[in-house]
Design a protein around this ligand. Structure first.
Ligand code: ATP
Length: 366
């Protein structure tokens, strides 16, 4: 069957370990979804990751990078493998290179309690958790990646915060809060997470956020120290909305957020820049369960929904927005209807989860 005229190109990088399994499951769900909404998705699968490095000496070839960069969006599984290391001992992580090379400064990590999925906190309000960490993903402490200096007596890494990227991060965060507020029918709130009481770099960041906040009078705005936020994400996570933060803080708090709503299998993400975006689960390659068909594909499927929504925002058309909303609803309906993946004590493996979610397409609203 020919692809519809609104067809967009999606570079698919399954990667390593469970990355390949959750990607396959996601494509299996996207197929009926695209058909139902009359949207065209032309997938091109590209090889990159740790096993690619082992076999070819390159984690992501320049040709693969160029093809991925040319696509309308990039869908990624997960990359890295403990036993396959670069010469300096670090893990193979070409997905980080994508973030830096494509300037994907906004690492969007939504955490939402799905119906039926057990949450970590006993307080009934934990069912209302619906927050987004926006992890700055091109600078902060990760600016130092591959640049740190190590001598016999000392090791040093440098944290960098720039005005340009912080302004972009702030506008992205306030824009996201505004969009979420419109969808949820309540005011949005941006809470910057920093350590402005100790480091000048974070006082600088806080000042820029305060300036940009003035452009969004409809969005409430505050700031929180990262240590206090770690506490509050356990004490009252339902109280937060959009939480922009520095790269390393976001890396750590994201895992905490995933722990609140069922684990890494439920944590989608999008790395978004001005022109490109990569959509991938927040988890890694999980070597302990790889190859067994046990991986929960939900994080990747929800990342694909974010991809469709982002494409709609870029002008792809209402069909993409509707498909995104229906995919979210299908995931909710499948879990509300009894889907239980092994990571939450159930017996529904990767393929069964994909089937259960696909079965809700067409009946879950949207
Ligand atoms: P990285 O270092 O890149 O974060 P990792 O494999 O060490 O990679 P994760 O993959 O993030 O760490 O996850 C840690 C553990 O959580 C895994 O070993 C696995 O047991 C579990 N896990 C992660 N993702 C999933 C998933 N999609 N489904 C089920 N379990 C998962």
């Amino acid at each position: 069957m020919p692809l519809p005229s609104n067809t967009l190109s999606i570079a698919v990088l399954p990667g390593d370990g469970i990355g390949t399994e959750v990607t396959e499951a996601t494509l299996a769900v996207l197929e009926p979804l695209a058909k139902r909404h009359g949207i065209g998705l032309a997938f091109e699968t590209l090889r990159a990751g740790a096993f690619c490095y082992r076999d070819t000496g390159t984690a992501m070839s320049e040709e693969t990078f160029a093809r991925a960069a040319k696509a309308d969006a990039i869908l990624l599984g997960a990359m890295g493998w403990p036993e396959i290391r670069a010469a300096d001992g670090t893990e193979i992580a070409p997905q980080l290179d994508l973030r830096f090379r494509l300037n994907l400064y906004a690492g969007v990590r939504p955490f939402r309690a799905l119906p039926g999925v057990p949450v970590a906190l006993a307080d009934p309000r934990a069912r209302d958790i619906d927050l987004v960490i926006v992890r700055e993903s091109t600078e902060g402490l990760f600016f130092s990646r591959d640049r740190g200096t190590v001598t016999h007596d000392m090791a040093e890494e440098t944290l960098r915060i720039t005005r340009t990227v912080t302004e972009k991060l702030a506008r992205f965060s306030f824009g996201l809060a505004r969009q979420r507020a419109a969808r949820r029918g309540r005011q949005g709130t941006v809470t910057l997470v920093d350590k402005a009481n100790v480091f000048r770099a974070f006082a600088f960041m806080r000042g820029i956020f305060a300036d940009i906040a003035a452009e969004y009078p409809d969005v409430a705005h505050g700031a929180h120290y990262v240590d206090a936020m770690a506490l509050d994400l356990v004490r009252r996570p339902w109280a937060f909305d959009v939480l922009p933060t520095e790269n390393m803080f976001g890396d750590i708090l994201s895992d905490l957020g995933a722990g609140l709503v069922g684990g890494m299998g439920f944590a989608p993400s999008a790395d978004i820049g001005d022109t490109h975006a990569v959509f991938q689960p927040a988890h890694g390659t999980a070597p302990d369960i790889a190859g067994k068909g046990l991986a929960n594909p939900t994080a990747t499927i929800l990342s694909a929904a974010m991809m469709l929504d982002w494409l709609a925002g870029k002008g792809a058309g209402q069909g993409f927005a509707d498909a995104a909303a229906e995919l979210d609803a299908a995931v909710d309906a499948a879990f509300a209807g009894g889907l239980r993946t092994p990571d939450i004590g159930g017996a529904d493996g990767t393929a069964a989860a994909a089937r259960a979610i696909a079965a809700r397409i067409g009946s879950a609203g949207g």
